[in-house]
Design a protein around this ligand. Structure first.
Ligand code: NAD
Length: 282
């Protein structure tokens, strides 16, 4: 039974609050990894053109026997610096992703990075409006957008992104951006929700909470996200961990646990693991 709650996006679409992320999974391993996740009960998968594993992801989806209507597939436009991103280039990239996935629509299509120095995300968003209109992307959104980038979109387009997928975990809690999303009806989706399994999962504060609940550090961190209303897409290629990361609906953190985890991010400037969207271009 699939017990993952859904979050309603601003176009009425339902998105599972927990999904499976496949960054850094090579294409020839993605089919097995995604198949394991779908078998465990995940119904949402997060890939991207630049991950190079849309084909493996698509094979797993096709072979899973899960009806398409029960699945939520996200991919992202790699709006890299290799070319200008006019309407034709965006549509071609979208078609290429659909072709590799073997699907006739995706549930969510994201602009992968704002790359503000290129000043082209508004033009890209115009084509995203068209994709949303056509139904080939059930919902469209952005990733790594800063408040200023969201303001620019809002000034130029009536279409509010359904989702902003951002680096977010207790060591980089993005409190202001989350509040802005809530104000504007944008769902916050956390990438690297486990802090990439590094320092965060080894912190004594996290271990203490985990011991009290007889759960793992990863499960405690995922609960922190869920109880804050974030969508999460943890990644693992280890079957036991894939299942463990989904098994987070049978316990709850209390207010003191949440406060202790919130406190980890206080003064968190510089605790990013990934690139800073203000300067990231390649
Ligand atoms: P993550 O926080 O999900 O951490 C994954 C790592 O944590 C694993 O490789 C493993 O080492 C460890 N781990 C996983 N489960 C564990 C468990 N139960 N116990 C102990 N360790 C465990 O990091 P991520 O892969 O960077 O992020 C998740 C997903 O977010 C990606 O796969 C991708 O889909 C997405 N993402 C998006 C962007 C973006 O720019 N939009 C950037 C990075 C990641």
């Amino acid at each position: 039974m699939n017990q993952v709650p859904t979050t309603k996006l601003n176009n009425g679409t339902l998105m599972p609050q927990l999904g499976y992320g496949v960054w850094q999974v090579p294409d020839d391993e993605a089919e097995q990894a995604v198949a394991t996740a779908l078998e465990a009960g995940y119904r949402s998968v997060d890939t991207a053109a630049v991950y190079g594993n849309e084909a493996g992801t698509g094979r797993a989806v096709a072979g899973s026997g899960v009806p398409r209507g029960e699945l939520f597939v996200t991919t992202k436009l790699w709006n890299g610096p290799s070319q200008a991103w006019g309407r034709d280039e965006v549509l071609r990239a979208f078609d290429d992703s659909l072709g590799k996935l073997g699907l006739d629509h995706v549930d969510l299509y994201l602009i992968h990075w704002p790359r503000p120095m290129r000043e082209d995300f508004l033009a890209i968003w115009k084509t995203f409006e068209e994709l949303a209109e056509s139904g080939r992307a059930k919902a469209v959104g952005v990733s790594n957008f800063r408040p200023a980038d969201l303001d620019r979109l809002a000034a130029e387009s009536p279409l509010v992104p359904a989702v902003n997928q951002i680096e977010l975990h207790p060591l980089f809690p993005q409190t202001e951006l989350r509040a802005l999303h809530a104000e504007r009806g944008i769902v916050t989706e956390a990438w690297s929700p486990l802090g990439q399994g590094k320092e965060l999962l080894a912190l004594p504060e996290v271990a203490a909470i985990a011991a009290r609940h007889e759960r793992s550090a990863a499960q405690v961190v995922l609960r922190w996200h869920l109880q804050h209303g974030n969508v999460v897409i943890p990644k693992s290629v280890t079957p036991a961990r894939i299942r463990e990361n989904l098994d987070v609906f049978g316990f709850e953190l209390d207010a003191a646990d949440v406060a202790a985890l919130d406190a980890l991010g206080a003064g968190a400037a510089g605790r990013r693991i990934g690139p800073d969207p203000s300067v990231f271009d390649v």
